[in-house]
Design a binder for this molecule. Sequence first.
Ligand code: COA
Length: 702
Amino acid sequence: MHELEPVFNPRSIAVIGASRREGTIGQQVTKNLIDGKFPGPIYPINPGATEILGLKAYPSIGDVPEPVDAAVYCVPADKVLEVARQCAKAGVKGHIVITSGFAEVGNKREEDELVQIAKGSGGRVIGPNIVGTMSNPAKANASFAPVLPYVGQTALISQSGALIIALDTVTYARKFGVSSMISLGNMADVDFADCIEYYAQDMNTKCIALYIEGVKNGYKFMQAGRWAGKPIVALKAGVSAHGAAAAASHTGSLAGSVKVYQAACNQAHMIWATDLEDMLNKSQALAMQPVLKGDKVVIITNGGGIGVLGSDAAERHGIPLQAAPADVQAQFRKFMPDFGSPKNPVDITGGSGVAGYEGAIETALRCPWVDGIGVFYCETAVTKATDIANALITKLKETGITDKPVVACFVGGAGSVEAGKVLLEASIPYYDCPNKAMSALAALRQASRFQEVGCKVDFEPYTDVDKRKARSIIAAARAAGRKALTEPEAKELFACYGLPVTKSSLAKTEEEAVHFAQEIGFPVVLKIVSPDILHKSDAGGVRVNLKDAEAVCAGFRAIMENVRRYKADADLHGILVCEMAPLGSEVIIGSVNDATFGPTVMFGLGGVFVEVLKDVTFRVAPISIECALAMQQEIKGYPMLQGVRGEKRRDQEVLAGVLSRLSQLVSDLEDDIAETDANPILLYEEGKGCRVVDARVILKPR
Ligand code: COA
């Protein structure tokens, strides 16, 4: 038996604080269990009552003669620990703590104690500060939400209790089928990952929908998602650039939590929802339909307009329509007038009735070329929406085809809404606009891709790295009391992990600078190295394209004069003599140490692309080369890497390796490294690699 079975599927329930007063939470929970027809025993616990709502009441849990699986806490916060001890002693395993007044108001100590008590006797805590839990299969409405939700196969897990209450009756209004609805509240013990793990093995659940405000343990969350093997839809609220403001590196300032959450959810095989509506739309399809195993989607429509909108939406959501092959078109042609279109969208035209739809639907269902179907309908006076809905249901039954997803988009008034109900009752997701329908189909495609990948982790650590030297570089900087590495140190650190940094040597004198320049080869670049000067160019601390010894000497003197003027007391380590890398496409890679997900790498094109357009993408580290290649393809500026205006394709493979290596570096040294930037990297055409021209590493405070 799963450890959370007593919480989510209890056989007997006690309501602690089942009040005698009508309108109280304690009485409502008791009433909800009765009204929901909970089949097991319900034990109201109240020291002042002998009977509540017709049920025998007990003064304390210890007085109940039989074992109790779960207890719903409806007593004030100051009674919770005492009740927890009594429950633990009585062998209760599921502690469903509705009571507020814990970590959310700063009372973390008692919250921790509550968990300790429960776990000490092999129990688990859900909450505190929740609406409760609702399970349709168990007929357990252990909450103060109005009713058990509309029956279906989505487990809806929400950090916000208010959202549970709000959505509870919405599930009836839109026939959104739910297996369980769980309010997680403070997540003192049971968290998203636990719920994912439980509902992944729950036979009554086909899709898991999460409303997330914040994840406590990013690693556990991502592991649970990858291992679930079931579609998960994630809606993240509270999206803001909070935390980025204080970031010291370029990457840090771009890392607003939403981009990192989005990346982490994707890596955890979760389907991202943009808002509540999107979450419900996608979950609806995922709970009702098989996944979309290929990209060939056909839209059957009686209206050109919604067909075109569907086509646009399909492209927007990554499943662009493809013209059906000639033989498939010929089959569709039979079910439309001459002025119809058998291409894709398959436009059977506005005058078509049930027969036209039946023919086109059956053709699409039976056609091996077609992977998924959107049945679109505009409400006309010559057809009845429910007839079209029934035609679709009948064809699905007749053909017996169950492995091809179908979504319906009926645009119209009351007739279409009525047809929508008929469709939903037959487990066909219905939408009132093309965009929602195609976004749902795209979610089915994404779920299929995640299934193909499975839970395999594709990152293979590099063995040709010098972790010991990397640590010693950081240790030396820390010993000198610095919070960041200097450029030569950062480059040396990057080189320990095989990043192709430009050759450079730190010169203390003009003579040394000339010597190093001759060693490296002209032309060279000179850069000031000082922990007190972060923006070298602003301080006049950079000279480029120095072609001979004379230019190096002059450059050295000029830089020294400039920086002394800029900051007289700056601690000057010397001047870095660097190889002048040939011009190439500027890209940036970097990392942040995200508070939730840990080391996270970023990629983007340099210059205005990163600074103005913020065209960047993130992944939780470490990442494989394949993943790093996918990152490059994700940004809007990707065509630049493919080569524009006669330029050759850039060396994406080498760049991917560099990104993957950086991801290992920041993972290996996650206790030390807060942020990194390799900016710019000059990226050359295929086969010519790239050069890391500047490097920055900010250390984690100790
Ligand atoms: N064991 C069992 N019952 C006890 C008890 C104990 N140790 N101590 C007290 N009770 C009884 C009380 O006598 C009372 O019953 P009565 O009305 O018949 O006398 C009942 O428990 C409730 O106690 P009461 O003090 O009246 O509490 P309350 O109903 O005012 O509030 C909560 C209790 C849990 C509802 C309240 O503290 C709370 O946390 N509310 C917020 C809940 C919330 O919003 N959660 C988050 C949603 S998102």
